[in-house]
Write a protein that binds this ligand. Structure first.
Ligand SMILES: Nc1nc2c(ncn2[C@@H]2O[C@H](COP(=O)(O)OP(=O)(O)OP(=O)(O)O)[C@@H](O)[C@H]2O)c(=O)[nH]1
Ligand SMILES: [Mg+2]
Length: 293
């Protein structure tokens, strides 16, 4: 049967037959819908973007979590287990991924959803946070909450800085230990200096400085400790140099959060307060979350 025969498929395709019209109509209507679904499925991840709440005990992580979840503050007590809640970015904040979406788009609402994971800050319960840090595949950012009034004092400062040091070191190791040449996805860190409503709280730039100084001290004592043990065992220093057990390059001199950019971690310090007589001030933190959502 040649293509120009009366009952060939090509002739039928051009003939004014009902079946031809129906098939063409269905094809033109369904193809865009199917294509949309196919592309949309691939572009939209099934799991929500996650933000991890870390920080010493009493810093205000659970208070911030309840504020993000219910838009109001509630009484909290020391957490003993991790808690994940689904939160919605408040009105007025646009996720960075949705800058070109119109507010009427149903996906706009969905793009404002995120998962907030609270961890206990008590020293004996840190393994929960360590477990969260071990799998960062869905994590878009880490919010490290510190009590700005507590870091004004030696003990509080050392605790917060020690914990922050360990978190940053984990992120650095993840970056330097990556197998692919592209390196893993960058995970930004927000140091949320909470309780700025208190009279004794350090303002954000001072909190930043104090934390940097304290981390410098920790890094230095760690480096000397490593060197000492290396000498005691008669080991070579080169071997330790490779391990990169300290933050930033070299581990000499003062530590600055900016040094973390080299290992794919940007650190931002922002002040705010969840509670307070004049209401809460968490605008900067939500802006940061929106920027990374
Ligand atoms: N003044 C003031 N108090 C706050 C603020 N945020 C939290 N608090 C108080 O700080 C205390 C500790 O807050 P939590 O949210 O329970 O602390 P946490 O970080 O979850 O502590 P852990 O669960 O032990 O890790 C609570 O009594 C809060 O009321 C704030 O912005 N200002
Ligand atoms: Mg808590």
């Amino acid at each position: 049967m040649a293509w120009h025969d009366q009952d060939s498929w090509l002739t039928a395709a051009f003939a004014p037959k009902l079946s031809t019209i129906v098939v063409t109509l269905l094809l033109t209507l369904l193809l865009p819908i199917l294509l949309h679904h196919f592309i949309y499925r691939r572009a939209t991840p099934t799991t929500l973007p996650t933000f991890l709440l870390l920080g010493p005990s009493g810093a205000g992580k659970t208070a911030l979590l309840t504020l993000a979840e219910r838009n109001q503050v509630a009484a909290t007590r020391t957490s003993t287990s991790p808690l994940a809640v689904e939160a919605l970015l408040p009105e007025g904040f646009t996720p960075a991924s949705s800058h070109y979406r119109s507010p009427g788009d149903p996906t706009f609402e969905r793009s404002r959803c995120f998962l907030l994971v609270d961890t206990p800050g008590h020293g004996k319960l840190r393994h929960f946070a360590t477990a969260q840090l071990a799998d960062l595949s869905n994590v878009r950012g880490i919010v490290f909450v510190v009590d700005a009034a507590a870091v004004a004092e030696e003990a509080g400062l050392n605790e917060a800085a020690g914990y922050l040091h360990d978190v940053l070191l984990t992120l650095q190791k993840r970056y330097t230990g990556a197998k692919t040449s592209k390196g893993p996805k960058e995970i930004p860190v927000l140091v949320a200096a909470n309780k700025e409503d208190l009279f004794t709280a350090l303002p954000q730039h001072l909190a930043r400085l104090e934390l940097e100084k304290a981390i410098s001290r920790i890094r230095k004592s760690k480096a000397t400790g490593l060197k000492d043990s290396g000498v005691a065992m008669g080991g070579e220093e080169d071997a330790m140099e490779d391990e990169r057990e300290w933050l930033g390059e070299g581990g000499e001199g003062p530590f600055e959060f900016q040094q973390m950019e080299e290992v794919g971690t940007s650190v931002t310090v922002l002040g705010g307060n969840v509670l307070g007589s004049e209401g809460s001030d968490v605008k900067g933190w939500f802006e940061w979350i929106a920027e990374h959502l």
